[in-house]
Design a protein around this ligand. Structure first.
Ligand code: NLE
Ligand code: FE2
Length: 311
C-alpha cells in the first residue's frame, strides 16, 4: 500500500480524540510505560514474586472508577521495610534541602516508619486543604490523560513499591515517590495553582503542545527547584523522593537555568541517572503566574475559559 492509502485507512479507523471536559473523561487504561511489564534492565526483572505483585496492583488500579472508594493495599513486610529505609534516609536531607512550602505541609501527612500510608488517608487530609484527589493508576498514563487529571485536581498515583535492592533511587514512579515526592505539596495553595495551571493548559492542546507541556511538567513538578533567600531548594517530586537525587541537587553539581515555558524545552532524561540541569523558579507564586500566562496562549475549550476554579 502507498503511504497515502495507509494514512487514509488509519484516518478512517482511528476515532477522533474525544474532548476531555471532566475527570470522568480521563481514561486511566492508557498506560505507556512503567506498568507491570518490566524491562530487562529493571532490578526486579528476575524477581518473579515482585513481578506478580506489580501485576496484581496494576490490575486493581485499572478497575478503579472515579468517585468510588479507593481500595486499600495491604503492604507486606518487605515493602514496609523499603518504605522505612527511604523515610530514614530522607528525613536527614529533606529539612535542609526541601523548599519551605513542602516542609510546612509534610507534618499534615504524619509519615512514619512501619506503615505505608493509604491513598484514602491522603485524600482525607487533602480534602481539608486544597481539595486534591489522588487516585490509583497502573503505570505511566498517556500524558493527555495524566495532564487533564491535573486540571480537575486529580493526581494519578502508582501504588506499587520500588524494588528493595535500590531504595535510594529508581527511574520510575512508585508509591514512595508519589507519597513523599508529590503528596505534601498538593496541600499547598500556590503549588496547587501551579500544577493545576499545567493541567488546564493541556485541555485544549494539540499533540505537539501536550508534548511540550509534558516537558514543562517534567522540569517543574518532577525536577524543579526554587530560590529561597540565598539558597536553592527542591520542590520537584523526583528530587524529593530520592536520597541520591536530593544529595546530587544539594551538591551543586548540576547546572541551573530559569524556566521559560514559552521556549522549546530540552529532551527529558528518564534513564540516565541524576539530572544534569535543573530549572529554577523564583517563587511558586511567580511560577504559577508564568504558567497561567502560558496556558492562556493555548486554546482552552470555550466552556473553561476564564474559569479558574475547575475542580
Ligand atoms: N528518581 C525518583 C526516586 O527514586 O524516587 C523517581 C522519579 C520518578 C519520575
Ligand atoms: Fe512523579
Amino acid at each position: 500500500a502507498s503511504g497515502a492509502s495507509a494514512s487514509q485507512s488509519s484516518a478512517s479507523t482511528a476515532a477522533p480524540a474525544a474532548p476531555i471536559r471532566s475527570i470522568h473523561d480521563v481514561d486511566n487504561s492508557q498506560i505507556l510505560g512503567f506498568g507491570a511489564d518490566l524491562a530487562d534492565d529493571h532490578p526486579g526483572y528476575h524477581d518473579e514474586a515482585y513481578k506478580r505483585r506489580r501485576s496484581a496492583l496494576a490490575e486493581a488500579a485499572k478497575r478503579h472508577v472515579v468517585g468510588t472508594p479507593i481500595p486499600d493495599v495491604s503492604y507486606g513486610p518487605e515493602e514496609v521495610a523499603t518504605w522505612d529505609a527511604v523515610l530514614a534516609e530522607l528525613s536527614e536531607l529533606l529539612p535542609r534541602h526541601a523548599c519551605k512550602e513542602y516542609l510546612r505541609c509534610l507534618p499534615l501527612f504524619n509519615f512514619r516508619p512501619g506503615k505505608v500510608p493509604q491513598l484514602s488517608e491522603i485524600n482525607g487530609v487533602l480534602a481539608g486543604t486544597t481539595g486534591w484527589t489522588v487516585r490509583p493508576v497502573a503505570g505511566l498514563l498517556h500524558p493527555r490523560h495524566f495532564l487533564a487529571g491535573l486540571a480537575f485536581k486529580h493526581f494519578h498515583s502508582t501504588q506499587y513499591m520500588r524494588h528493595p535492592s535500590k531504595p535510594s533511587y529508581t527511574p520510575e514512579p512508585d508509591i514512595v515517590h508519589e507519597l513523599i515526592g508529590h503528596v505534601p505539596l498538593l496541600a499547598d495553595p500556590s503549588y496547587s495553582r501551579l500544577i493545576q495551571a499545567i493541567g488546564r493548559a493541556s485541555l485544549g492542546a494539540d499533540d505537539k503542545a501536550i508534548w511540550h507541556l509534558t516537558k514543562v511538567y517534567w522540569f517543574t513538578i518532577e525536577f524543579g527547584v526554587v530560590r529561597e533567600r540565598g539558597d536553592i531548594k527542591a520542590f520537584g517530586a523526583g528530587i524529593l523522593s530520592s536520597y541520591g537525587e536530593l544529595a546530587h541537587m544539594a551538591s551543586g553539581a548540576a547546572a541551573l537555568e530559569p524556566l521559560d515555558p514559552f521556549r522549546p524545552q530540552p529532551r527529558m532524561s528518564y534513564k540516565d541517572g541524576f539530572q544534569k540541569r535543573y530549572f529554577l523558579l523564583d517563587s511558586f507564586e511567580g511560577g504559577a503566574e508564568l504558567l497561567q500566562r502560558y496556558a492562556e496562549n493555548l486554546a482552552l475549550p470555550e466552556s473553561l475559559r476564564g474559569d479558574t476554579s475547575v475542580a
